[in-house]
Design a binder for this molecule. Structure first.
Ligand code: NAP
Length: 283
């Protein structure tokens, strides 16, 4: 059976490192990293993500401000709020919880966040920096995946990787980060032909689709590393995109759902908040 990469366990370790670093920063500079999370509306999933982020910040000894705005909030009001936090030197990170209500243009909102405070790493300039291999705030989920791979010293150089899914928040950035580590990367999507053959060639499979059982055991090469980003509810149970039970005997490493990539996402957000505090883009 392959080794399970537990995001839950790794998260505990990394969050403790984050907490110690926050303590050190407080000792050095007298202030702790401060994250502002803005939530517009009452979407239950967004509410629970925001709550989890707030709790994680507080547990790490950081300052956390959650701003909740009514669903009727106008785009201009939101832009003014972002402008205020951009100018506030006591605030180091700004995150606007997505998705936003339809009357607000998400791109405009993301563009308005000061890139030095863009803890989500969604600002186009941050994305460009990442693609160029320059210093960048990396999007949380892809960053968490790379931390998981590194934690097990998984060799990426010269390996064939396939990323199934090409979203801007997971698929594309994780492909770019794997490429930066010298993997040869294929990006697959809903129009990809012969997905099974392509997956069978891969040493590393990252599934970020949002559909249970997209990756089945017959698509996985013996000894491959399988990272499952998907979160799906099937008969009330949380499952990933991969057929975990069947694949775990073939893979050399595999991430579970829940307890895999999920916990690493907020952990990476905490690391990003520290990086913004330290002003990594300005150095
Ligand atoms: P998304 O924006 O919906 O993108 C899904 C991607 O999957 C698209 O590129 C789509 O192709 C592709 N796709 C759909 N059906 C396919 C198929 N049959 N074969 C191959 N590719 C297919 O989703 P996302 O935001 O990247 O999220 C993906 C999953 O990860 C979701 O389950 C989400 O909940 C989960 N997620 C988890 C975390 C975490 O922290 N654990 C974070 C983010 C996302 P097209 O581009 O052609 O449409």
């Amino acid at each position: 059976m392959g080794e399970i990469i537990s995001g839950k366990e790794l998260s505990l370790k990394v969050r403790e490192e984050v907490r110690l670093e926050v303590e050190e920063l407080k000792g050095l500079y007298g202030a702790v990293p401060h994250l502002v999370v803005i939530l517009v509306g009452e979407d239950p999933a967004s509410q629970s993500y925001v709550k989890a982020k707030h709790k994680a910040c507080l547990n790490a000894g950081m300052k956390s401000t959650v701003v909740i705005k009514e669903i009727s909030t106008t785009q201009d009001t939101l832009l003014e709020l972002i402008d205020m936090y951009n100018k506030d030197s006591d605030v180091h990170g700004i995150l606007v919880q997505l998705p936003l209500p339809k009357h607000i243009n998400e791109d405009l909102i993301i563009d308005a966040i000061d890139i030095a405070k863009d803890v989500d790493g969604f600002h186009p300039l941050n994305i460009a920096y990442m693609h160029l291999g320059r210093k960048a705030i990396l999007p949380a989920t892809p960053k968490g995946i790379m931390t998981m791979l590194k934690s097990k010293n998984i060799e990426l150089k010269g390996k064939d990787a396939i990323v199934v899914g090409r979203s801007n928040i997971v698929g594309k950035p994780v492909a770019m980060l794997l490429l930066a580590e010298h993997a040869t990367v294929t990006i697959a999507h809903s129009r990809t032909l012969n997905l099974k053959e392509k997956c069978l060639r891969a040493d590393i499979i990252v599934a970020a689709v949002g559909r249970a059982n997209t990756i089945t055991a017959d698509m996985v090469k013996e000894g491959a590393v399988v990272i499952d980003v998907g979160v799906n509810r099937v008969d009330g149970k949380l499952v990933g995109d991969c057929d975990f039970d069947a694949i775990k005997d073939k893979a050399s490493f595999i991430t579970p759902v829940p307890g895999g990539v999920g916990p690493m996402t907020i952990t990476s957000l905490l690391q990003n908040t520290i990086e913004c505090y330290k002003g990594i883009l300005k150095i």
